[in-house]
Design a protein around this ligand. Structure first.
Ligand code: SAM
Length: 324
């Protein structure tokens, strides 16, 4: 079991398998869109080795994200290989869902257990405005097919942004009931251009919860996958809603994760620009022990708490780049 300097057990690895994405979400793209050359992106063989070494250190859970993970070729192969590794008992995917419908069968066959789908609006025009692409119907198909394939639980992640979708909170709660899935409301983090996507866009979880309580009865529920979401069951249904509150609650005490960027940097903390270049070791034929020691050192660099509430500074990388 790997612990950091503050006795948090670190057993969750989030991997951005590509920095490329088929969408251009306005609040996510905070830099000149320049993709890394392909040869800078970790190969599947490098990723599998890295996950194996992390599993040796006690990591149990892996999430594949991006960029958009489903635009990388042969992702079922990667899932299958990670699934074979001793110690990894949970493999999940975070996707925008556009290609999910066409890929869900082979993903499940490869051993995918769970999927998180990012969706910030249920309205076609708004979807096109925020993502730059007319693809909301594909996302709905992806959700339906994931339900049909029996992936459990299916989680929709919705970033609530003032003036954009804060009038859809009840609609999103209703689909949790209708589809018997989890909808998690995530506080917008102002990583981007302060003029356009700054702190004035934040809607705090408490405000969202108050709006929902005017229409629905909420019963506290445990978060079976640990993590920072505060979960509630919608009374009389299978649907759950949750709140992830990086801007109004110190979620750092619950942190159990490190991130690996697509270009092979370990990021001990989402809110810090500190990175550890593990690609250098992976490509330099470093022995397993050296890489494992390097991971332990990165984990020891996890800060206790990196930011003051409501005051996230601009990160060098966007979430697309870090792996949201
Ligand atoms: N393409 C995949 C997807 O859409 O889920 C994975 C990458 S995306 C960067 C992961 C998540 O980060 C999405 O749910 C997105 O809404 C979220 N995200 C990006 N920028 C954010 C921000 N500034 N504040 C809160 N969430 C953000």
């Amino acid at each position: 079991m790997l612990t950091d300097n503050y006795n948090r057990v670190i057993n969750y690895l989030r991997i951005s398998i590509t920095d490329r994405c088929n969408l251009r979400c306005r609040y996510c793209v905070n830099e000149n869109l320049q993709f890394k050359p392909h040869d800078e992106i970790l190969t599947y063989e490098e990723l599998i080795r890295f996950v194996r070494l992390c599993a040796n250190l006690g990591f149990k859970k892996v999430r594949l994200t991006g960029g958009e993970p489903l635009i990388r070729k042969r992702i079922p192969y990667l899932i299958e290989e990670i699934n074979k590794l001793n110690g990894i008992d949970d493999i999940a995917l975070t996707t925008n869902g556009v290609f999910l419908g066409e890929k869900i069968y082979e993903l499940k066959q490869a051993g995918l257990k769970r999927v998180n789908i990012s969706l910030d609006t249920l309205k076609k025009e708004r979807y096109e405005y925020i993502t730059g692409v007319d693809a909301i119907d594909n996302v709905f198909v992806g959700i339906e097919k994931s339900i049909e394939e029996g992936l459990q639980p299916i989680k929709i992640n919705t970033v609530i942004i003032k003036g954009f979708n804060d009038d859809e909170i009840i609609d999103f709660t209703s689909i949790a009931i209708k589809w018997g899935i989890h909808v998690r409301f995530i506080e917008f983090m102002p990583f981007g251009d302060p003029e356009l996507w700054g702190p004035s866009k934040i809607v705090r979880s408490k405000e969202i919860e108050d709006i929902i309580r005017t229409h629905f009865d909420l019963e506290p529920s445990i978060n079976e996958h640990k993590g920072p979401a505060k979960m509630f069951r919608l009374k009389g249904s299978d649907g759950l809603i949750g709140f992830i509150s990086p801007m109004s609650t110190h979620i750092c005490s619950e942190c159990n994760r490190i991130r690996l960027t697509s270009d092979g940097k370990i990021m001990p903390c989402l809110f810090s620009d500190v990175e550890f270049d593990v690609k250098r070791l992976l490509r330099g034929n470093a022995p397993d022990e050296e890489i494992m020691t390097f991971v332990k050192e990165a984990v020891k660099e996890k800060p206790h708490r990196k930011y003051e509430l409501g005051q996230i500074k601009k990160c060098q990388r966007s979430l697309r780049n870090i792996g949201g």
